[in-house]
Write a protein that binds this ligand. Structure first.
Ligand SMILES: Nc1ncnc2c1ncn2[C@@H]1O[C@H](COP(=O)(O)OP(=O)(O)OP(=O)(O)O)[C@@H](O)[C@H]1O
Length: 280
């Protein structure tokens, strides 16, 4: 039996021809602490899928910019949109994996490594829903990716600073976000583990994730960085290709070094698949 055309749209969804909105759209953003401006009118977009490094000297406002992009540091001027929604109305926080500069979660609370990593899934859980087998597998994959599977049941307080940094990265991975915001993820991590973490970050970028990462040195992430913003005194001093590293440091004016604590390097080859959900 032939079906006459009704002139209605076919049931099958047409691909949306509109480009995805930027992962972040920052327009003339100003942040002031006690009336002292720290970000002084910063404007840039981060297209979906881009790997962007934020560089600049100490105190230039890098962390403040990260925190403003996540709504942690309130704007005193300008506007920030996240995946097309004004920051205040953005609700899809499970899309965002945030790696803060240091471990604050679990301070004083005897949380295990596994618990802290699993806390990265809270934003994607429905209320009262238990962790699924898929959630448990994502936690295990994330622990593998940072080389801490054998420390899963230890208290995070027993770990070195570099290991705690890796827990924070695993926490972000466990939520299976498509957008990562990382504030010096390599700080305090030894070179072997930096290579393993770079391989993990490469894996998520190859799967289409957006990565915004504050760095003091491009280090092993250098081949992944497509664009860099250099901040100076709360303003953008450079927006374009990453500056060529000179010596061990990626930019002029580098004025601090991170200790590389003695840790057993994770084997770089043992990088499990990390799922990055593809979203239109
Ligand atoms: N909560 C706060 N209250 C007051 N001042 C702050 C606060 N956080 C940051 N600042 C100040 O804002 C300025 C920018 O700090 P921010 O941490 O954003 O810089 P940064 O570029 O990330 O520095 P670093 O490389 O040392 O981490 C600094 O002068 C800092 O002292």
């Amino acid at each position: 039996m032939s079906v006459e055309s009704t002139g209605e749209r076919p049931a099958q969804a047409e691909p949306d021809p509109r480009p995805a909105p930027p992962a972040f759209s920052v327009a003339d953003a100003v942040v002031a602490y006690e009336r002292t401006p720290v970000l002084r009118g910063v404007t840039f977009d981060v297209p979906v899928g881009q790997t962007l490094a934020i560089l600049g000297p100490n105190g230039s406002g890098k962390s403040t910019l990260m925190r403003a992009m996540l709504g942690i540091a309130p704007l005193t001027g300008g506007r920030i949109d996240v995946h097309g929604a004004p920051l205040g109305r953005f609700r899809d926080w499970s899309r965002i994996g945030y790696v803060p500069q240091r471990l604050t979660a679990g301070g004083g609370v005897p949380a295990t490594v596994r618990e802290v990593v699993a806390s990265g899934q809270v934003a994607r859980r429905r209320r009262f829903r238990r962790a699924s087998a898929e959630d448990h597998a994502a936690v295990a994959d994330a622990l593998d990716a940072v080389g801490l599977a054998d420390r899963a049941d230890d208290s995070v307080h027993e770990l070195s600073g570099g290991q705690q940094q890796r827990v924070l990265i695993a926490r972000a991975l466990a939520g299976r976000p498509d957008t990562f915001v990382m504030d010096e993820p390599m700080a305090g991590v030894d070179s072997g583990n930096q290579e393993a973490l770079a391989a993990t970050i490469r894996r998520v970028t190859e799967r289409g994730a957006t990565v915004v990462v504050v760095l003091h040195e491009l280090g092993p992430l250098e081949p992944l960085i497509e664009r860099s913003l250099v901040l100076s005194e709360g303003r953008i001093a450079h927006d374009g290709l990453p500056p060529r590293p000179t010596g061990a440091c990626a930019r002029p004016g580098h004025d601090h070094v991170h200790p590389h604590v003695g840790e057993t390097p994770a084997p770089a080859a043992a990088v499990p698949d990390i799922e990055v959900p593809r979203r239109a």
